[in-house]
Design a protein around this ligand. Structure first.
Ligand code: ATP
Length: 488
């Protein structure tokens, strides 16, 4: 589903008596989030990203603007009617409930408008199908045994997992005790008998419906005399809930933790439970507010890959809020960079990295960050101090000071070029395998230390070197507006 936000704003009212001013948390934001994509809202603390997410969720009311889910305007629709799944920063699991209950909780009182189905016939047909491969069925039950002893509970769980069936169906399959019949002829006769009984039962149920002029279609839905499927509004059955909980638990890979309480799980597992709970109602959109912030560095990387996989498997449009640019760049299809309530730029991570619109975005994306120098545009090119770093220029900026940003991978060691280059003093050399990170200094540099990445084959020492600058890794910005200016 597509999410469209149009001119969205949120102003938190201040209190003049206490001299607290209004806060413009979100300022005229327009974003188009495409169907089936993972979108990251990225920005520093306080930039308005969570407020934007809460407004999409319907948990905060916009001061201005519109929110659309496909062709439906949801700006004033109650949160519970929007079809969203929300994962909070701190998971917000119920500590006294086990994982199964935590996940099933949103379903317990849920009323659904659904087509009426004849579940009994469906399970009898499926049962006959499974009985056709009685060897496999018995093997599943026998494989659940521990020390040659078969426990009913374990066997039923094995059946549920293998065939994705409800507990009551699994219990029935087990209750035939077919795995105890050793003689093949006896076994086949017994299977035949059960299948015939099932067919008879199916016919009996169908007949009862026919008397009421109702038929059952090939997918086991009830259809009226006009061949329309019959609808009903009802609670989900225990079996339906069980199927949904297990399906989503499998998706997030916590199917073997269902009996545990949240405190018995790791942070990563708790996060999976929170995601499962948000997904179990099959939402139209999944919203995640800094979902990885409580995890340690290693788990963050693993869990972010998991979120990407789950999003791709379900195809649910997912919005992910984070202040960590690396996280957003690594998993998002699209990112929206925000600052002070405004969208600074949006697009594919790589496009934004290669083409930042302004200094803020250039500085916010990339590790190590971009190196920014004070520069000057002259008739014959761009200068940093008295060195010419490029012959490109912008004629509207002749003799004007600018900011020159150069990505860490934009420097080539080149001591012999008389014409172009920048001289930098090496302070520290860190080998990271294929690459080497150099920490350097320069009088016109605008931050603490310059970081550049070069090939490890270069033999460098603590000294001053002259580097050539790759023109596609260099961006020039207006000193006042900090917007990017073109150079050619
Ligand atoms: P963080 O990463 O720190 O969570 P954020 O980018 O998600 O930050 P928001 O929580 O959206 O930022 O807050 C945006 C601005 O709105 C901040 O200046 C914040 O102080 C302010 N703000 C948020 N909620 C309220 C509120 N209920 N009342 C007043 N101001 C608020």
């Amino acid at each position: 589903m597509e999410i469209l936000i149009k001119n969205l704003s949120k102003i938190f009212k201040g209190d003049p008596k206490k001299s607290i001013e209004d806060t413009i948390a979100v300022d005229n934001v327009t974003i188009d989030m495409k169907d089936n994509e993972l979108v990251g809202i990225l920005g520093p603390s306080g930039c308005g990203k969570s407020t934007t997410l809460y407004m999409i969720a319907g948990l905060k009311e916009p001061s201005n603007g519109e929110i659309w889910f496909d062709n439906e305007e949801v700006t004033n629709l109650a949160s519970e009617k929007r079809g969203i799944g929300f994962v909070f920063q701190n998971y917000a699991l119920y500590p006294h409930m086990n994982v199964y209950k935590n996940i099933s909780f949103p379903l317990t009182n849920l009323k659904v408008e659904a087509y009426k189905k004849e579940n009994k016939i469906e399970s009898l047909v499926l049962e006959n199908k499974l009985l056709e491969n009685i060897k496999e069925l018995n093997e599943v039950i026998i494989s659940s045994s521990i020390k040659n002893k078969i426990s009913k509970e374990r066997a039923i769980l094995f059946l549920i997992d293998k065939y994705i069936i409800s507990p009551s169906f699994a219990k029935r399959l087990y209750s035939y005790k077919l795995f105890l019949i050793e003689d093949n002829t006896l076994l086949n006769n017994r299977v035949k008998e059960i299948k015939e009984d099932n067919l008879k039962e199916i016919e009996n149920i169908k007949e009862k419906y026919l008397r009421k002029d109702i038929k059952i279609d090939e997918e086991f839905y009830l259809v009226d005399r006009n061949n329309e499927r019959i609808k009903e509004r009802r609670r989900l059955s225990k079996d339906e809930i069980d199927l949904m909980v297990r399906e989503v638990a499998r998706l997030v890979q916590i199917e073997d933790q269902l009996d545990k309480k949240p405190k018995e799980l790791s942070g990563g597992q708790q996060q999976r439970v929170a995601i499962a709970r948000a997904l179990v109602k099959k939402p139209r959109v999944l919203l995640l507010d800094e979902p990885l912030s409580n995890l340690d560095a290693r788990l963050r990387i693993k869990t972010r890959e998991e979120i990407k996989r789950i999003q791709k498997e379900t195809g649910i449009t997912t919005v992910f809020v984070t202040h960590d640019q690396e996280e957003a760049m690594s998993i998002c299809d699209e990112i929206v960079v925000m600052n002070q309530g405004k969208v600074m730029q949006s697009g594919k991570p790589i496009d934004i990295y290669k083409n930042p619109n302004n200094l803020f975005v250039a500085k916010f994306l990339g590790t190590p960050p971009i190196n920014v120098f004070k520069g000057l545009i002259k008739e014959d090119g761009i200068y940093v101090d008295n060195e010419k770093v490029s012959s490109l220029k912008n004629n509207d900026y002749i003799n004007k000071e600018v900011y020159v940003g150069i990505r860490p991978e934009g420097f080539i060691l080149n001591e012999n070029d008389e014409d172009l280059g920048i001289s930098l003093r090496v302070k520290e050399i860190t080998l990271n395998g294929k690459d080497t990170t150099l920490t350097l200094e320069h009088d016109s540099f605008l931050g603490e230390e310059i970081k550049i990445v070069v090939d490890s084959d270069l033999a460098l020492s603590i000294a001053t070197y002259r580097f050539k600058v790759k023109e596609n890794k260099m961006f020039v910005f207006d000193k006042e507006s900090e917007e990017r200016i073109s150079i050619e």
